[in-house]
Write a protein that binds this ligand. Structure first.
Ligand code: ATP
Ligand code: MG
Length: 426
């Protein structure tokens, strides 16, 4: 036998046993987003590498080490998307969706990052991405956060907390960055290798370090929130006030910086203590400069990405997945004529009772085997299509979940008979 082909490390199959949780989350999110007036957009999984370099920033982990980049047959450098915001903004520019227009968009799909795979961290993972473009005020930031809070509530996910912060404008951040760099440089010997590397290109990212040995130094570092420009401060206060008004609890985390360079002003993250080291389930913020950076008309934007794999895990832990639906009717066929007629009969029933689920016994099997399958299927009713019965123009019916005898129903009145038998139970 030839050797089996292994799946790619960090890329998972979602099996039928798990799909219920995924579908429930996806359907709930779609419904909620529609209620809030968001529209779906689908963008390619592959973009020019330049897009991500320009949007996410050269000195980020994602661009420096995590991208799946390749040269295609035409010699172009392409990249599997590591996140969706860049592609959606590129689409808004490419399709002339700006010029003072406003859009509320969402997109769901796989993202790719070459990270070290572990629980909750994969190389192909899924995000639900929600973006509002053309809105500058803090009201839309608050509404987006309210939307996420409502989604957790609907899904029955309780072990999540909201953290928020403001990164100010690029100008105010520039001043802060100088101070932070001076502070860190004075303590360079205490920095780990990763942080020393970031000192030049992206010192703010050092605040995001997970290394326990760095925490004391980070705690004592100057705070970005102390250096906000007045407009950003006002924006942040408006956001905090609205969240208070609508009753969404939050914590201000002055060290929340986020891994992508394009953020300005509001950033937020929903974190959980239920997933071990991978604590972020939904991260977002405002990116007022991004569209202009991509060559579009300067247009404000704000959005978030939810890690669907992690959210599904929370959902499974909360045991709030609706059970998968079983067939209503299992059709047993007995005899050669019956086997040939069975499919046609069930197809007619599907026409007449489109809301019912029928499972036809496929691939033969003796009577006992077929009844075992019928029982395991979870169906409430078995239909028995036999040569005998067919000759007499009837089909037998047997309830499977209650003590009740077998009965016969004329083929001409079968749909009504099935419906009546199904409605009879409990
Ligand atoms: P982390 O700190 O966990 O690496 P991040 O800051 O890189 O997250 P974002 O780029 O903001 O994450 O992506 C948004 C969300 O996508 C995260 O909050 C997380 O839930 C999810 N996510 C990010 N990377 C992965 C991954 N490799 N596998 C699974 N989910 C991920
Ligand atoms: Mg990351």
């Amino acid at each position: 036998m030839p050797a089996q082909i292994q799946p790619v490390r960090g890329m998972n199959d979602v099996l039928p046993a798990q799909i219920g949780a995924w579908q429930h989350l996806e359907a709930s999110a779609r419904e909620l987003l529609t209620e809030y007036g968001y529209e779906e957009i689908r963008v390619p999984v592959v973009e020019h590498t330049e897009l991500f370099k320009r949007a996410i920033g050269e000195f980020t982990d994602v661009v420096e080490k995590e991208m799946y980049t390749f040269t295609d047959q035409g010699g172009e450098s392409l990249t599997l998307r590591p996140e969706a915001t860049a592609g959606i903004m590129r689409a808004a520019v490419s399709n002339g969706m700006l010029r003072g227009q406003r859009h509320k968009l969402w997109c769901m799909g796989p993202m790719f990052r070459h990270e070290r795979p572990q629980k909750g961290r994969y190389r192909q993972f899924y995000q639900l991405d929600v973006e509002a473009i053309g809105f500058a005020g803090a009201d839309v930031d608050a509404e987006l956060i309210a939307l996420t809070a409502r989604l957790w509530h609907r899904l029955g996910i309780a072990r999540v907390r909201l953290q928020i912060n403001s990164l100010g404008t690029p100008e105010s951040r520039g001043l802060y960055r100088e101070q932070l760099t001076a502070y860190l440089r004075a303590r360079e010997s205490q920095l780990d290798a990763d942080s020393r590397r970031r000192l030049e290109g992206n010192p703010l990212r050092i605040l995001d370090s997970k290394n326990p040995e760095m925490q004391e130094l980070i705690r004592a570092a100057p705070l970005l929130t102390d250096h906000l420009d007045p407009e950003s401060r006002e924006h942040f206060e408006a956001l905090c006030n609205t969240l208070q008004d609508i009753g969404v609890p939050y914590e201000v985390n002055p060290r929340l910086v986020r891994g992508l360079d394009y953020y300005s002003r509001t950033v937020f993250e929903w974190i959980t203590d239920a997933l071990g080291a991978q604590d972020a389930v939904c991260s977002g913020g405002r990116y007022d400069g991004l569209i202009a950076q991509l060559g579009g008309e300067p247009t404000p934007g704000v959005g978030f990405a939810m890690g669907v794999d992690r959210a599904v895990e929370l959902l499974a832990q909360a045991q709030r997945i609706p059970p998968g639906r079983t067939p209503d009717v299992y059709v047993v066929v007995n005899g050669t004529r019956a086997a040939a007629a069975g499919l046609g009969l069930v197809e007619r029933l599907r026409n007449e009772l489109p809301q019912r689920r029928f499972e036809l016994n496929l691939g033969g099997g003796n009577f006992k085997t077929q009844f075992r399958r019928a029982d395991r299927s979870g169906a409430a009713l078995a239909l028995i299509v036999g040569d005998d019965e067919l000759a007499r123009g009837v089909v037998s019916m047997k309830p499977l979940r209650q003590e009740a005898g077998q009965s016969e129903c004329p083929i001409g009145a079968l749909a009504a008979g099935v419906e009546a038998a199904l409605n009879l139970r409990g």
